[in-house]
Design a protein around this ligand. Structure first.
Ligand code: GRG
Length: 306
């Protein structure tokens, strides 16, 4: 169980998050220096440095270290996944998509810089991510760098984030009876899991993992990716019912189809627990102490409150 895994290691997750978070934030800051004309870099930095949880870069570094790589080998790839993530959030918030005014508690990119610059800032982050991995990865063979870039590219393209978003858009306005579990799962896997998978797999590739280790970690990542989204759907309901009194449920009780709406709360929680068990199972072939950060990140995803 989760508790057993925690008891067996002396791993300090809080210290780990502080240490790696600091490394990631410094690397992201250094990846986009302000140059003339500054507006585009300001727009890129505004969203990239807006204080996300940095789950994806942490997974990337943890996977690299698990296969005995040094964290420096995975930092550029870790920055790249956070750049992808930020780009997708900027584009997702645009008026033609979700039309959101706030992200991470701050006005969205297009609210501050305008729609035109926000689109371009997303494009520039996407392109910079690849340039950064190619230019800044040190002490990793070119074969591994190319292999990692391929994984990263696939995760954002028409077989990854983009198809997830397209399917999501096309599901808008459909009722619970029209959106089947299979479709919901497809959206979640493509909008969320693929990027967590790319983070973990790219980290393991950069760290020098064997094919077997890489594929085992891919399976772990797929479980926690879906777990992330199932938990998100459950949180959506619990948050909505807590806030209902204060806000009359505005924007909180959404029309979108979720796991609890299709399966009910209890069955959704059971499914989350099963994904967690499966994630642990895929880690069980690794040394427990070395895999401690990935166990802890899975726990964090399962028990987080936002
Ligand atoms: C233009 C190539 C290209 C892709 C864009 C817009 C789009 C396609 C995809 C949208 C993907 C999207 C918004 C998915 C939701 C992902 C998600 C779970 C966001 C929340 O992640 P957290 O909780 O956020 O890690 P923080 O703020 O902590 O980083």
């Amino acid at each position: 169980t989760v508790e057993d895994a925690e008891k067996k290691t002396t791993f300090n997750f809080k210290a780990y998050v502080l240490e790696k978070g600091d490394i990631i934030n410094k690397a992201l800051d250094a990846a986009i220096p302000l140059k003339e004309p500054v507006t585009i870099q300001e727009a890129m930095r505004y969203s990239l440095l807006a204080g996300g949880k940095r789950v994806r870069p942490m997974l990337c570094i943890a996977a690299c270290e698990l296969v005995s790589g040094r964290h420096e080998m995975a930092i550029p790839a870790a920055c790249a996944v956070e750049m992808f993530h930020t780009m997708s959030l900027i584009h997702d918030d645009l008026p033609c998509m979700d039309n959101d005014d706030l992200r991470r508690g701050k006005p969205t990119n297009h609210k501050v810089f305008g729609e035109d610059v926000a689109i371009l800032a997303g494009d520039a982050l996407l392109s910079l991510a690849f340039e950064h991995v190619a230019a800044a990865t040190k002490e990793v063979s070119p074969e591994r760098v190319v292999r990692a870039i391929m994984e990263l590219a696939k995760s954002v393209g028409s077989e990854g984030l983009v198809v997830g978003q397209v399917m999501d858009i096309h599901s808008e306005g459909l009722s619970i009876s029209e959106v089947k579990l299979e479709r919901l799962e497809f959206i979640h896997i493509h909008k969320t899991s693929v990027l967590l998978e790319a983070a973990v797999v790219a980290g393991a590739i950069m760290g020098g993992g064997t094919d077997e280790e890489i594929e085992r970690l891919r399976k772990y990542a797929r479980c926690i990716g879906l777990l992330f989204q199932v938990v998100d759907d459950i949180l959506d309901i619990t948050k909505s019912s807590q806030e209902l009194g204060k806000t009359a449920g505005k924007d909180l009780v959404t029309d979108k189809v979720t796991y609890p709406k299709l399966l009910g709360i209890q069955e959704s929680k059971d499914f989350a627990a099963k994904l967690m068990r499966d994630a642990h199972e895929h880690l069980s072939a690794f040394d427990l102490d070395k895999a401690a950060p990935l166990y802890a990140l899975a726990n964090y995803i399962a028990y987080r409150e936002n």
